[in-house]
Design a protein around this ligand. Structure first.
Ligand SMILES: N[C@@H](CCC(=O)N[C@@H](CS)C(=O)NCC(=O)O)C(=O)O
Length: 214
């Protein structure tokens, strides 16, 4: 029996829902609100990071959206979601890794700095940050608090925009020299004070010292 803990807006959970449809699998759905219910002790036992998705297969919890996809493809191999050629399989895994390690976090920052911001600003700051602080992922607490407090002026937004741009360029193989156009740099928010440097091979942000083409 398959059970899926997910949330309507969750892009990570949508990956699993698409895979289930592709494979013609049905599951019992547990719809989460992500309003704090992801930190309930009972849910944290299934997913210690307090995030969706979580797949339960005959009572065994599988977490991490890409890992769930690989799991489903192994346990229910037909129709397969993976190509057969090893190089093509490696590319699928590489693409998933890019999303998991860079793109998703940047999407989260941009979502909190824009769409989720207005309702969250109506909650008193201390209360809002206390709710964020329930997350076991401490870096995420900082990202959310800053993105909601400062919106597009958050120091993390500039980094997120550059990460998404460089990830996209990298995945499209359009950015072999680690550069982005000046137009893209100008469109980035002003507070370009990167706290971290990333290790994307085609990174386009100032944080790792790559050049910006005039
Ligand atoms: N690396 C995880 C990320 C999961 C994740 O962050 N999910 C978001 C929704 S897309 C979530 O549950 N957020 C709740 C929170 O931040 O408290 C995966 O791919 O499963």
């Amino acid at each position: 029996m398959l059970e899926l803990y997910h949330s309507i807006n969750s892009v990570c959970a949508q990956k699993i829902r698409l895979a289930l449809v592709e494979k013609g699998l049905s599951c019992t759905e547990h719809l989460m609100k992500l309003n704090g219910d992801q930190f309930d002790p009972a849910y944290l036992k299934l997913n210690p990071n307090g995030v969706v998705p979580t797949l339960l297969h005959d009572g065994t919890a599988i977490t991490e959206s890409s890992v769930i996809l690989y799991y489903l493809d192994e346990v229910f191999p037909s129709p397969t979601l993976m190509p057969t050629d090893p190089v093509a399989r490696a590319k699928v895994r590489q693409f998933n890794k890019l999303i998991d390690e860079y793109v998703h976090n940047s999407c989260m920052i941009l979502t909190f700095a824009t769409a989720f911001r207005p309702p969250l600003l109506r909650i008193p700051e201390a209360q809002r940050n206390a709710e964020f602080a329930r997350s076991p992922i401490k870096k995420r607490v900082e990202y959310k608090a800053d993105a909601v407090a400062h919106g597009l002026q958050s120091i993390y937004v500039a980094e997120a925009v550059c990460t998404i741009a460089s990830s996209w360029l990298g995945s499209m193989r359009l950015c072999s020299e680690g550069r982005i156009s000046r137009a893209m740099a100008i469109r980035s928010p002003r507070r370009l004070s990167f706290r971290t440097s990333c290790d994307l091979s085609c990174c386009a942000c100032r944080g790792c010292g790559t050049t910006i083409r005039e």
